[in-house]
Design a protein around this ligand. Structure first.
Ligand code: ZN
Length: 516
């Protein structure tokens, strides 16, 4: 007889409905799984067989065929164990078919029938809710994560035997998820950083408009300390964004313990030895990389010049599109990757070019070559270049007690509100950092004096074509922080200082242009 039960497959961070059909026909004993199963799914046969036998059920000598439909989506992972086992029990007459009506089930089976955790329980729960399933059966280790969704009844039995007993009795027990937790506010506060007012200003602009930044300064000047504080001034995630970020980590298996909903943008700081697959995503089955784990947060590349060139090259598309597409022979998978990129580098090979207390030992040619290494894919995508100098020890005490992150965040939130209203009609644009250049030219509110200054910079060769629009975007954000509908010369001047300032890279420095 034929049995069918609803389950789910993951593609990227989305779950798709899969129907697990099981047929047990008379014939030579056989157990086949069809419907584009990957390796771990094929191994289901062994786990399910052992779990059924050890759970006190029988695996009759029949020709058992499992079909995972639709057949054109590749099925990864171990989550089909449970629905396959339930399907076999129905198709061999050990469980009434009506028991499975309206149920969705995912779970890996141990050889003794216990239910083990699977990846991606959060997107599966979102799917079950969308499909209005009567109940979603998940392993106990996934209950907190699945419970983040709300609005879908959950059942988390310890083992197959207990589940089957409940189903036979007609009373599937609902398991209540633990109270929904939120990760506590970041304790790293901007007021911990002494001085560095220019760098803090740059971070505020970066957060307010969604602009990428590069911090250049000697070792120990506080670049990492500053970058770590950026998530604390980013706008709080909306419910939808929070679920999206949590879903990425659910699929990657990197959810923080306690399975809290990720409320604040993540901070990811991969080491410079990372592979392109580690940074961008990859593997088989494809897993999100650091750029996706930083979705709606900050991707910090310390010692950015030490990253291998092709690794940085690979970042280009995700930075442009806000998503990563991983192509595979039969299909492609995409992961969200909307990040604020913050790079950090030394001003010269030895690191001490701007240090008042140390002597730089680098030749001028070496410094030029060193900085030129940043040219190419990344430099044009960085709007804010900030010089971070070591704060003299004597001024440390005096400089403490500046603004707290939450005060800065209020200004960031206000500027974001203005931007949301401005870009209401544009799909996929929520902040100045992603605004189309031509749209800003026509409707960005550029005042005459601002326009004159920008044109002057362009005419003097201080700006590439792309740099022109990048400067305009940053200036728009600076004006929004002022709640000024017009982009005026002082806004342009500050944006130019950040674009042409420290470690200018391929665009030549033109300080005489930015004195306005
Ligand atoms: Zn040096």
């Amino acid at each position: 007889m034929l049995a069918a039960i609803r389950s789910a497959a993951l593609v990227g961070i989305d779950a798709y409905a899969v129907t697990v059909e099981v047929d047990a026909a008379p014939g030579l004993p056989q157990f086949a799984i069809v419907g584009l199963p990957a390796g771990a799914v094929k191994e289901s046969r062994e786990r399910v067989g052992a779990a059924l036998t050890n759970g006190g059920f029988t695996l009759p000598p029949r020709r058992i065929t499992v079909n995972l439909a639709p057949a054109d989506i590749r099925k990864e992972g171990t989550g089909f164990d449970l629905p396959i086992a339930l399907g076999i029990l129905v198709s061999t007459g050990q469980l009434p078919a009506a028991c499975l009506d309206g149920l969705m089930a995912v779970g890996e089976l141990g050889l003794d029938g216990t239910l083990r955790a699977v990846r991606g329980a959060l997107p599966v729960a979102m799917l079950a809710k969308r499909m209005r399933q009567r109940s979603l059966i998940v392993p106990p280790a996934n209950i907190a994560e699945a419970g983040l969704v709300g609005g879908v009844a959950l059942s988390a039995p310890l083992a197959l035997q207990a589940l089957v007993n409940e189903l036979r009795g007609g009373a599937l027990r609902e398991t209540l998820p633990p109270p929904r937790l939120t990760i506590p506010e970041d304790v790293d506060d901007l007021s911990d950083v002494a001085g560095q007012e220019t760098a803090k200003r740059a971070l505020e602009i970066a957060a307010a408009g969604g602009h990428n930044a590069l911090l250049t300064g000697p070792p120990g000047a506080g670049k990492t300390m500053l970058a770590r504080r950026l998530p604390g001034i980013l706008p709080a995630l909306s419910e939808r964004e929070a679920l999206e970020v949590t879903a990425v980590h659910s699929v990657a298996g990197t959810l923080p313990s306690g399975c809290a909903l990720v409320r604040r943008g993540p901070f990811r700081a991969p080491h410079h030895t990372i592979s392109d697959a580690g940074l961008i995503g990859g593997g088989n089955p494809p897993r999100p990389g650091e750029v996706s784990l930083a979705h709606h947060g900050v991707l910090f590349l310390d010692e950015v010049l030490e990253f291998r060139r092709h690794v940085l090259e690979a970042l280009r598309q995700p930075l442009e599109d806000g998503r990563v597409v991983i192509a595979r022979a039969a299909h492609s998978v995409s992961f969200p990757a909307r990040v604020l990129l913050v790079g950090a580098m030394n001003p010269c090979p030895c690191g001490y070019a701007w240090d008042a207390n140390r002597t730089c030992v680098c030749a001028a040619g070496d410094i030029t070559r060193y900085r030129a290494r940043l040219s190419g894919p990344l430099i044009d995508r960085i709007d804010l270049r900030v010089e971070v100098r070591a704060v003299a020890v004597g001024s440390l005490a005096a400089a403490r007690g500046t603004e707290r992150s939450r005060d800065v965040r209020q200004r960031v939130d206000a500027a974001r509100l203005i931007q949301r209203a401005r870009y209401k009609a544009l799909a996929h644009v929520a902040c100045n950092g992603r605004a189309p250049g031509r749209w800003l030219d026509a409707r960005g509110g550029l005042a005459d004096d601002g326009h004159r200054l920008l044109v002057k910079a362009a005419e003097h060769g201080a700006l590439t074509a792309r740099g022109y629009h990048r400067t305009l975007r940053v200036a728009r954000t600076i004006a929004d922080l002022d709640a000024d509908p017009k982009i005026r010369a002082p806004h342009i001047a500050e944006a130019l200082r950040f674009r042409l300032g420290a470690a200018a890279g391929p665009e030549t420095e033109a300080p005489h242009l930015v004195s306005a």
